[in-house]
Design a protein around this ligand. Structure first.
Ligand SMILES: [Zn+2]
Ligand SMILES: [Zn+2]
Length: 86
């Protein structure tokens, strides 16, 4: 099941999923950002369409771009331990 997504996209979605979605019961998941409740597949689409679409977050340090704020702050924590120092 790896068709349809570019790799970077899938990786970012995966990270975003782990930080933003909580499983309630069965196939039901809740989006922690907007409290939207849906089953897994619809939730993936919801994340992409509602929280990843069009948004570009640029790293002030190395100019790498991310679709979500979470991905960017994750990158910051990993690559630039002290973003505020800039
Ligand atoms: Zn949401
Ligand atoms: Zn950076």
């Amino acid at each position: 099941m790896s068709c349809g997504f570019a790799d970077a996209d899938a990786e970012e979605l995966e990270l975003f999923w782990r930080s933003s979605v909580r499983k309630i019961r069965g196939r039901e998941h809740i989006c922690k950002i907007c409290q939207y409740v849906s089953d897994g597949w619809k939730m993936r689409r919801h994340l992409r369409q509602s929280h990843m679409a069009g948004g570009v977050h640029t790293c002030q340090v190395c100019s790498k771009t991310y679709k979500t704020e979470y991905s960017l702050s994750n990158h910051m924590g990993l690559k630039h331990k002290n973003p505020i120092a800039f």
